[in-house]
Design a protein around this ligand. Structure first.
Ligand code: HEC
Ligand code: HEC
Length: 347
């Protein structure tokens, strides 16, 4: 289906008989089918969901939940950098370094694939593990993580957000709240207005760039409302990626997780929303420059040497994917007051 959409887009672009504005309007329909919008208004969450979102938000920003107080989710997923950290490798508890570049946690509602190597089933599993992994919050055990939540004064908030749970304060519920919070973080951009029919929401260069993005073949992988995030693909379809990126120790990608030959150098197709704000690029941060990233993609994934003009208009299109940060991410929440529970942390 995706393929036939691409073919029809190519056909459309080559049909000179249409007047330009009629062609523009038709192309909007093609693009809408390939990508899909982030709506202006999402339906309002019910009261319980709202409590869970607010709880997830507090957990996301709370440094007290890490073993040495040095780390919270927000340390590596910072609002000012559109939820990344501008580092090649993130650093977490005890200064431990992550093996790959931090991804954005925005627009995950539209991305079924989690992590560069898809080694997590869901946002909930991702969050659950983050509490106890040494690269993240660094707690030595589930009990230790739970104790920190209790000491930081979270018990009443869990009871409110999970009224049906027999025991509300659990790591599963913490992970569930974090998942619900992250799914609520979307960034609508000028591109969405364009898809809704307001052609002028994109500059002429960005419109040209979108047409290139579709006809050259980028959209065969980067599609859906997040412009990616829906599949895993080989990095370096036409040649080894390190020939072009010049990294000296290539990461084997999903192969490290499954040990299956067919998973060699397979990575998540990342979302390109807000991409102009989330340099450096690729799982190994091999370039800081968006134009270079576009050129490499043409070469490695499509076997095409893109011209300077093509790179420049595609870049203009990608810039039109920068959206507005949701208020409940842009602003830090008020955290609960420490409980006077008098109980000590284990071990
Ligand atoms: C030490 C820095 C660090 C901390 C702390 C951290 N993350 Fe991350 N996060 C990363 C890195 C690095 C990746 C990419 C990991 C990979 O794919 O190998 C990532 C990936 C993710 C992803 C996957 C996004 C995608 O596009 O697939 C989610 C979701 C996420 N983090 C949420 C969280 C949450 C929730 C917390 C807190 C419980 C957290 N992170 C704490 C660095 C961090
Ligand atoms: C065959 C699938 C495929 C095609 C076609 C493709 N990409 Fe990608 N793209 C990927 C994958 C996989 C990655 C992640 C590679 C990595 O870092 O390991 C990626 C990463 C990127 C990144 C870096 C994203 C980030 O968060 O660091 C950009 C930018 C990008 N692609 C743009 C493009 C453009 C522009 C085109 C068309 C010229 C294109 N892609 C074509 C699969 C594809």
């Amino acid at each position: 289906m995706k393929f036939s959409l691409l073919i029809s887009a190519a056909f459309l672009l080559s049909s000179v008989s249409l007047s330009s504005s009629a062609a523009d309007k038709e192309f909007v329909q093609t693009a809408k089918a390939l990508f899909g919008t982030i709506p202006a208004k999402e339906s309002a969450p019910d009261k319980i969901t709202q409590e869970q979102i607010e709880l997830g938000r507090k957990l996301f920003f709370d440094y007290r939940l890490s073993k040495d107080g040095s780390t919270a989710c927000v340390r590596c997923h910072q609002p000012q950098y559109f939820s990344t950290d501008r580092l090649a490798q993130s650093s977490g508890f005890n200064g431990n370094k992550g093996a790959r570049n931090a991804q954005s946690i925005l627009n995950l509602k539209y991305q079924p694939v989690v992590h560069w190597r898809n080694d997590r089933e869901s946002l909930e599993e991702q969050a659950l593990k983050a509490f106890t992994t040494p690269l993240s919050l660094g707690n030595s055990s589930t009990e230790e993580a739970l104790k920190r939540l209790e000491l930081a004064g979270y018990a009443p908030l869990f009871a409110k957000a999970f009224p049906k749970s027999e025991k509300a304060l659990t790591l599963e519920n913490a992970a569930s709240a974090l998942g619900t919070y992250q799914r609520a973080l979307t960034t609508r951009a000028p591109f969405d207005k364009y898809l809704e029919g307001d052609v002028k929401a994109l500059s002429v260069a960005a419109q040209k760039g979108l047409q290139e993005f579709v006809t050259v073949g980028c959209a065969s992988c980067h599609n859906g409302p997040a412009i990616g995030g829906r599949s895993l693909q080989k990095f370096g379809v036409f040649q080894n990626y390190w020939n072009v990126t010049k990294v000296t120790t290539p990461d084997k990608g999903r192969f490290e997780v499954t040990k299956k030959e067919e998973d060699l150098y397979i990575f998540k197709v990342p979302s390109l929303r807000n991409i102009a704000e989330t340099s450096p690029y690729f799982h190994d941060a091999s370039t800081k420059d968006l134009g270079t990233a576009i050129r490499w993609m043409g070469k490695l994934q499509l076997n095409k040497d893109l011209s300077d003009d093509q790179v420049s208009v595609i870049k203009a299109f990608l810039e039109s994917l920068t959206g507005e940060l949701p208020k409940n991410f842009r602003e830090a929440p008020l955290l609960p007051q420490e409980a006077h529970a008098g109980s000590e942390l284990p071990g």
